[in-house]
Design a binder for this molecule. Structure first.
Ligand SMILES: [Zn+2]
Ligand SMILES: [Zn+2]
Ligand SMILES: [Zn+2]
Ligand SMILES: [Zn+2]
Ligand SMILES: [Zn+2]
Length: 491
């Protein structure tokens, strides 16, 4: 380290130049640098400028999330962020990004950008419309998770319009949209380990360990079971509004979510294989109003009874099934690829070293060539069962993600002859119950693990959510010690 630091600048400069002249090194390094850093590098000398600008695919992935000028600054408009005079909302909330895109267009960089990340920025649906339709953009994969000032209804209308059946041949260029998932906590960032360390050596640059750690959450859908989008899960209206858009874009634009494949929906492979009437009669009344199509919010493993589901698993690499197209039409493009769009979700983060949709969908450890994945054994397959909450609310344990499919468990009413159904009997027959408000619906095993009856006052409590409770007494009796007696009627 010290040895190389003492080398003349010119030699160090040349060593870096030689290293980056290797196109493999260059293309694998630049995705970790911000576009600002890449342009700064180009500005250092004629040679670096030549390397950067003669390798246009260096800009095929553009991440503006950390670029200072891409951040929306409220005061700019002079009226606290409100549109001013003849300014439109679009001018105010997307103006800063438009200015960046104009500069990139002048530098002849914009047309090379195929993966564009705008997560968390201020962005209007008008700008998304422009990115999708304006021929000066070539964006194939766009990430707009947790953006602000976005009119979601207009965004959905834009997407549906782009995928309308009468759209021109070869449009839209956009093939993947990240919109539902959480922002990537922090991409592996190159950090300098201190001002006193020479910046010329590799050892002074380290992976930000905390950022890498935060990123190592298990992979959405395939490895992470249960709710996939905790922030949005509760907002059922918002999910319902997105379903027609996913249907309209099926086979054309892939999202980081997929449609629920439960047998109550028209697009399900299990449609018609289970008696919906019997399910409605036997289940929780809330499960009756399941919409024709729904966005899946949960990833499940096999049912606790049959290890599968009426519709089967979604398996990476599996041949496209002869499933019902959600909009009752075939994608006009045909071919294997379009049948994968809509069937497999995009996985975070947006691809770093590729612009292909398959790499954006490919689960860790699996082959991008889906046909090869078919030769894996069952244990090595990447698979999941996507469901909306309406399809599982009375058959799924929120705690351990265990569930019972429609074939194995019709519902608590099924075993109760007409007229005899009492609440107590139903509760006995139900596979999941709500014993604690915060725990939600839980299976008997989880209830046995977490719910207790207090030895002193006889009241029920949850070991997780009644803080201060122990295996013998509830939080209230534990806090009062021997002196107090709990009066359940006061609760
Ligand atoms: Zn089952
Ligand atoms: Zn569903
Ligand atoms: Zn459970
Ligand atoms: Zn609880
Ligand atoms: Zn007690």
């Amino acid at each position: 380290m010290t040895q190389s630091a003492s080398l003349p600048t010119e030699i160090r400069h040349n060593a870096l130049l030689q290293l980056l002249a290797n196109s493999l090194v260059l293309t694998h390094t630049t995705p970790y640098l911000s576009s600002y850093d890449v342009l700064n590098l180009a500005a250092t000398s004629r040679n670096f400028r030549y390397i950067v600008y003669s390798t246009p695919h260096l800009f095929s992935r553009l991440d503006l999330t950390t670029v200072r000028k891409a951040q929306y600054i409220k005061e700019k408009s002079g009226r606290g962020g409100e549109p001013d005079g003849d300014q439109t909302e679009d001018d105010v909330y997307s103006g800063h990004l438009r200015r960046i895109f104009t500069s990139l267009r002048c530098l002849d960089i914009l047309r090379h950008v195929q993966v564009l990340c705008l997560d968390g920025l201020s962005l209007t649906s008008e700008l998304v419309h422009e990115i999708i339709t304006d021929p000066t953009y070539s964006v194939k994969i766009l990430s707009i998770r947790h953006v602000v000032h976005m009119n979601e209804a207009k965004l959905r209308a834009t997407l549906q319009y782009a995928c309308r059946p009468s759209r021109p041949e070869g449009t839209p260029r956009l093939k993947g949209l990240y919109v539902f998932g959480p922002k990537d906590s922090a991409r592996p960032a190159l950090t300098s380990s201190g001002a006193s360390t020479p910046i010329s050596t590799c050892s002074s640059i380290s992976w930000d360990a905390s950022a890498v750690g935060a990123d190592q959450e298990s992979e959405a859908w395939y490895a992470k079971r249960g709710a996939q989008f905790p922030v949005l899960s509760g907002n059922t209206q918002q999910w319902a509004a997105w379903a027609p858009t996913l249907v309209a874009c099926h086979g054309i634009i892939a999202f980081d979510a997929v449609l629920c494949t439960g047998p109550r929906h028209l697009n399900s492979r299990g449609w018609g294989t289970v008696g919906i009437e019997a399910l409605n009669a036997a289940g929780n009344p809330a499960s009756k109003d399941v919409p024709i199509h729904a966005v899946a919010t949960h990833s499940l493993g096999g049912c606790a009874g049959c290890s599968s589901a009426p519709e089967g698993w979604t398996i990476w690499g599996e041949e496209p099934p002869t499933e019902r197209d959600p909009s009752e039409r075939r994608a006009s493009e045909g071919g294997t690829m379009t049948t994968d769009i809509g069937r497999f979700p995009l996985l975070a983060p947006p691809p770093m070293h590729s612009v292909s949709l398959k790499s954006a969908m490919c689960p860790t450890g699996q082959s991008v060539y889906t046909r090869l994945s078919q030769f894996r054994s069952k244990g090595e397959q990447a698979r999941f069962i996507p469901r909306c909450y309406d399809c599982i609310r009375d058959r799924y344990c929120n705690c351990c993600n265990k569930w019972w499919c429609e074939t194995c468990y019709v519902g608590p009413w099924a075993s109760v002859p007409n007229g005899e159904a009492s609440r107590a009997k139903m509760a006995d027959l139900a596979r999941v119950h709500k014993s604690c408000w915060e725990c939600g619906m839980n299976c008997c095993d989880c209830i046995n693990d977490t719910q207790r009856m207090c030895n002193r006052c006889g009241g029920g409590y949850c070991l997780i959510h009644n803080e201060g409770s122990n295996h013998i007494t509830c939080d209230w009796c534990s806090a009062r010690g021997r002196a107090g007696v709990r009066h359940p009627e006061l609760y």
